[in-house]
Write a protein that binds this ligand. Structure first.
Ligand code: AHG
Ligand code: MN
Ligand code: MN
Ligand code: MN
Length: 336
């Protein structure tokens, strides 16, 4: 059959979300509009990433962000695009970005009910060598009544109404959950549309891969050290796990979601809270992991139960296959 090589029933992300919404008669379509603006931002960044070298987008912007990191040109450009797209959607009231020290409160005339927390460009150290990078986002709904306030975004991750990421890799893939499972869409560049290619993603119950920056091992705590030792020298007769570490959270988490295994950015003596930021890195990825049947743990508690007190707060994170995260939980429990 000649048509076998083509998908002919194209489930675009817009069609998918509209379908989902039709289940809720009270829905006003606000979420679809918000999402279409996020999708636009992702398409823009995808195209910018593809011509990074040619368009003089490689290298530093010459500024430092609030985390003390040097900003790359693409960090700054991506942030600008997402902020403008989100504000102009007319559906947001508070924005938190890795690249902006303070939260943005959208002015009244443009205001909507959604709060968006995001990492406009994740994995920026990988830009200049062409390795996969991404965008991460999480969405809250503002509490009813009253003016939007910082407390509306300083909420536990379990209160998010949606979370997702877009990976700019060998293809451009957008993975999203609105709380009823996880779905993945791949950008068809000729159509300019994200098409459903990974319906209802479930992470394998146990994996064969661990993913961590082992260069920090000298400063790790006992349970993390023991866990990684077990991955390499299992004592129960099982095979050792493989190590894969890209250094872009989006890419490392995407592989973990599809292949199974565990991703860890633990605490260490130099960074007692780890490196990854709670609101726009830890929460969205933890939300997706749980929705896919995996787990996310901070070393102390379920990650989505954390109550952040600062928008750029950090936390150690262990996430991935259910059984693999169970093992690290047991090691931390034994410490107490
Ligand atoms: P960002 O580029 O948004 O600042 O995020 C950086 C991250 C994350 O993508 C990755 O998991 C981690 O930094 C890697 O850190 P190390 O270089 O310390 O391993
Ligand atoms: Mn950064
Ligand atoms: Mn990041
Ligand atoms: Mn970033």
């Amino acid at each position: 059959h000649a048509a076998d090589a083509y998908r002919t029933d194209l489930m675009t992300i817009t069609r998918f979300v509209l379908n989902e919404q039709s289940k809720y008669p009270e829905s006003r379509g606000d979420f679809s509009i918000l999402l279409s603006h996020i999708v636009l931002g992702c398409k823009f960044v995808c195209s910018a990433v593809n011509k990074a070298g040619l368009a003089k987008l490689i290298g530093l912007a010459g500024e430092t962000n609030v985390q003390g990191e040097e900003q790359k040109k693409l960090d700054v450009l991506s942030n600008e695009v997402f902020v403008k797209a989100l504000v102009s959607s007319g559906r947001t009231c508070i924005l938190v970005s890795e690249e902006d020290e303070k939260a943005t409160f959208v002015e009244k005339s443009n205001r909507g009910r959604y709060c968006v927390v995001f990492d406009p460009l994740d994995g920026s150290s990988n830009i200049d060598c062409g390795v996969s990078i991404g965008t991460i986002f999480g969405i809250y709904i503002v509490k009813d009544g009253g003016e939007p306030a910082l407390d509306d975004v300083l909420q536990p991750g379990k209160n998010m109404v949606a979370a997702g990421y877009c990976m700019y890799g060998s293809s451009c893939t957008l993975v999203i959950s609105t709380g009823g499972g996880v779905n993945g869409f791949t950008l068809d560049p000729s159509l300019g549309e994200f098409i459903l290619t990974h319906p209802d993603i479930k992470i394998p119950k146990k994996g064969k891969i661990y993913s961590v920056n082992e260069g920090n091992a000298k400063n790790w705590d006992g349970p993390t050290t023991k866990y990684v030792e077990k991955c390499k020298f299992p004592k129960d007769g099982s095979s050792p796990k493989s190590l894969r570490y890209i250094g872009s959270m989006v890419a490392d988490v995407h592989r973990t979601l599809l292949y199974g295994g565990i991703f860890l950015y633990p605490a260490d003596k130099k960074s007692p809270n780890g490196k990854l930021r709670v609101l726009y890195e830890v929460f969205p990825m933890s939300f997706l992991m749980e929705q896919a049947g995996g787990q996310a743990f901070t070393g102390k508690q379920r990650a989505l139960d954390l109550l952040p007190s600062d928008i750029h707060e950090r936390s150690p994170i262990f996430l991935g296959s259910y059984d693999d995260v169970e093992e690290i939980k047991a090691l931390y429990a034994a410490e107490e």
